[in-house]
Ligand binder design. Structure first.
Ligand SMILES: Cc1ncc(C[n+]2csc(CCOP(=O)(O)OP(=O)(O)O)c2C)c(N)n1
Ligand code: SF4
Length: 271
């Protein structure tokens, strides 16, 4: 298990333009503390790219390859092959994408890379919508959530479809390791990152990463909401390892309204 106090002080992503309270940048910052400097990141158009990469500035202190929206995992496979060809060992290749770039637009490439059994980690920082382009719904938007493409009014009542079961989708590929995590539970999340690093083959982690402007809440509530999502059963902490699924039990679940009430995207829901 990762010991938070023993993590290095040095930051491998620093000086980004992320909003105050951005869960996504926190997810990446924390993961890089465990991944370390021998990491190559591959990322796509998203908030993450928008807030870290302003030519000639780059907030990452590790190599970062920026590719088109659908191709994160395809480019990951290319980097893995390139490193192998050059005889470089011990470098982790990590695909980083938002939920839109993972569960929707990047899904085909991710499916192919997992099927090939390439040795990589894919981290989806899940803020449950296409935030960078103005909060449009994605396949990961939860039921009932208001977004700019699932408005609330006389006709619409927010998102009408349930959130896509991405863990189930990657598990169906017989992936060696997959997990859900939350930035509100750093030890659990980072232990999963550490486990993913030890896997020979593909590993997938989907980390819930609240977004203050997209979800409509006060920016100081990010970590609290990331915890409440788990405590109310809205975001189970699950692990799929060697064909076995385990889900962390919540001893005393909190009422769902504790999680929904602080967020404007759920303000239209009754009760
Ligand atoms: C093929 C393609 N479609 C659409 C876009 C426009 N686009 C750029 S960023 C973005 C949103 C990204 O959403 P997500 O992957 O969820 O990351 P987030 O911004 O929420 O962090 C979109 C739709 C694009 N660059 N390429
Ligand atoms: S809009 Fe949301 S995901 Fe994008 S930088 Fe701001 S807080 Fe982060």
């Amino acid at each position: 298990m990762v010991k938070i106090k023993e993590l290095p002080d040095a930051e491998l992503v620093q000086g980004s333009y992320a909003c105050a309270g951005c869960g996504g940048i926190l997810a990446v910052r924390m993961a890089l503390k465990v991944l370390g400097p021998e990491t190559v990141i591959v990322t796509t158009p998203s908030c993450l790219l928008g807030v870290t990469t302003f030519y000639p500035q780059l907030a990452f202190k590790v190599p970062c390859v920026n590719v088109t929206f659908p191709s994160t995992a395809a480019a990951v496979s290319g980097v893995v092959a390139g490193l192998k060809r050059r005889g470089k060992k011990g470098v982790k290749v990590v695909g980083l994408a938002g939920d839109g770039g993972t569960v929707d637009i990047g899904l085909q490439a991710l499916s192919g890379a997992i099927e090939r059994g390439d040795n990589f980690i894919f981290i989806c920082y899940d803020n449950e919508a296409y935030m960078n382009t103005g909060v449009q719904r994605s396949g990961a938007t939860p039921l009932g959530a208001r977004t700019t493409t699932t408005p609330v009014g006389s006709v619409g009542r927010g998102e009408e479809r349930p959130k896509k079961d991405m863990l189930g989708i990657v598990a169906a590929h017989n992936i060696p390791y997959a997990a859900t995590a939350s930035i509100g539970y750093p030890q659990d999340y980072l232990t999963k990152v550490q486990k993913a690093m030890q896997v020979e083959g593909p590993a997938y982690i989907q980390v819930l990463s609240p977004c203050p402007p997209g979800w409509g809440y006060r920016s100081d509530l990010t970590v609290q909401l990331a915890r409440l999502a788990v405590q109310t059963g809205q975001w189970p902490l699950a692990e799929y390892e060697n064909g076995r699924l385990t889900v962390k039990e919540i001893a005393h679940p909190r009422p769902l309204r504790d999680y929904l009430a602080p967020q404007a995207r759920f303000a239209h829901l009754p009760g």
